[in-house]
Ligand binder design. Structure first.
Ligand code: SF4
Length: 395
């Protein structure tokens, strides 16, 4: 069953999950879905069929809708694509979006058929070079307003506004992206057009975390669309994306997400399933990186498990840790329980207490320091002793 998280932190299947803090972003409606403003995080995908192959594209949109997609982007690169989009929009019940590539004037051809248009500030320089970007954005905002469309200002690490790049050190890829996004937000605001979201995408999840954190600190009111570009094939593409989303969503950052995966057309709906699973796991504390949820109470995180788990006893251990440590619920302490020796040793460094599981032993850590390795039967009292010592130190 697909599970979505609500702002109250209660999952729809009735299992209690932590209350994720959310940034106080504006509400932005995209067709029948509203992002920001405390709404559930929307999950998006994009068609990978040839848009002019109307039957294939309609089929893929229907697959994505059936998988639970809230918004579906369609590639439109030419007038023929735009004509196909007009027909596709008649055949599907979906919140459609399009990317405007370099020819921003395509907006007037596509806007009547979609709920959102995305433009990339770095692409506005290619056509009509003599025209200031502000005039082009004003035109886009007018078109969006007339067609009841939301907009996304989509900044991408590979196509940043050249003026911005020149102003920063070549090693600093984040500041030009950030400056470009902030400038466009300020300009759209000045036009009175506030129905927009922003995305800041990079292929390195660490950059995605950094740039989105910095943007959210400056503009906590603007909804963010999160994604890692060129993430690749599953499972690696999902893992990269998950790392970025765990660190951002746990901090209240992110109103809509896309997991970009390199998969055959018949498997495109895996992007939606992966996105929903990541959101569900973050809300339940099943995370692969140590996540600070900003709680002033006990924070127990355990990895979602995967094929690397070497002893199934890990699953029971994670549940037993939760039960045994309930008495410490009022202390701001993070305990991480990780399922394998591949990621466990590194990923537990940032927790106050960490357990990572090998085939026969569980390794106990106090921050980055190793305490010892114990059998699955004897680990809990050892953990309790460490937890008691931490509580005593805090009292
Ligand atoms: S910590 Fe290991 S077992 Fe757990 S999800 Fe990560 S790789 Fe898989």
């Amino acid at each position: 069953m697909l599970v979505t998280t609500s702002c109250s932190g209660i999952r729809e299947n009735g299992v209690e999950s932590r209350a994720l803090p959310r940034n106080p972003t504006r509400s932005v409606r995209i067709g029948s879905v509203t992002i920001g403003g405390g709404n559930p995080i929307a999950v998006q995908s994009m068609t990978a069929t040839h848009t002019q192959d109307i039957a294939a594209t309609v089929g893929q949109i229907r697959d994505l809708v059936a998988a639970g997609a809230d918004v579906i982007r369609v590639a439109v690169d030419s007038k023929k694509d735009a004509e196909a989009l007009a027909e596709i929009s008649k055949q599907v019940e979906a919140n459609l979006a399009v990317d405007l590539q370099e020819n921003y004037r395509m907006a007037e051809l596509v806007a009547p058929y979609v709920s959102k248009i995305r433009y990339n500030p770095g692409h506005l320089y290619h056509h009509e070079r003599e025209k200031p970007w502000q005039e082009k954005v004003r035109y886009l905002a007018d078109i969006a307003g007339q067609s009841d469309c939301a907009m996304r200002v989509g900044v991408n690490c590979g196509s940043v506004d050249p003026d911005k790049k020149e102003r920063y050190d070549a090693h600093d890829s984040i500041s030009p992206m950030l400056e470009s996004a902030l400038e466009h937000c300020a300009f759209l605001d000045s036009l009175g057009f506030t129905r927009f979201a922003v995305s800041l995408k990079d292929s390195d999840p660490r950059n995605v975390i950094e740039v989105n954190k910095r943007f959210a600190a400056e503009r906590p009111d603007v909804p963010l669309h999160l994604g890692v570009t060129e993430a690749g094939m599953p499972p690696d593409g999902i893992i990269k994306t998950r790392i970025a989303f765990e660190q951002l969503i746990s901090r209240g950052i992110g109103d809509t997400i896309r997991v970009s995966l390199t998969v055959p057309n018949s498997r495109k709906s895996e992007e939606i399933a992966a996105g929903r699973k990541i959101l569900d796991d973050i809300a339940a504390g099943r995370v692969r990186s140590v996540v600070d949820y900003g709680l002033q109470s006990l924070n127990i995180i355990s990895c979602p498990s995967c094929s690397r788990v070497e002893n199934e006893a890990f699953i029971d251990l994670a549940a037993a840790v939760k039960e045994m440590t309930a008495y410490a619920k009022d202390y701001a302490i993070t305990i991480a329980v990780m399922g394998c020796r591949v990621n466990g040793p590194g990923e537990t460094d940032d927790a106050d207490l960490g357990l990572w599981c090998g085939p026969n032993h569980v390794n106990l850590k106090r921050g980055p320091e190793e305490v010892g390795a114990y059998t699955y039967d004897t680990i809990l009292p050892k953990l309790k002793a460490e937890l008691d010592a931490l509580i005593a130190a805090k009292s």
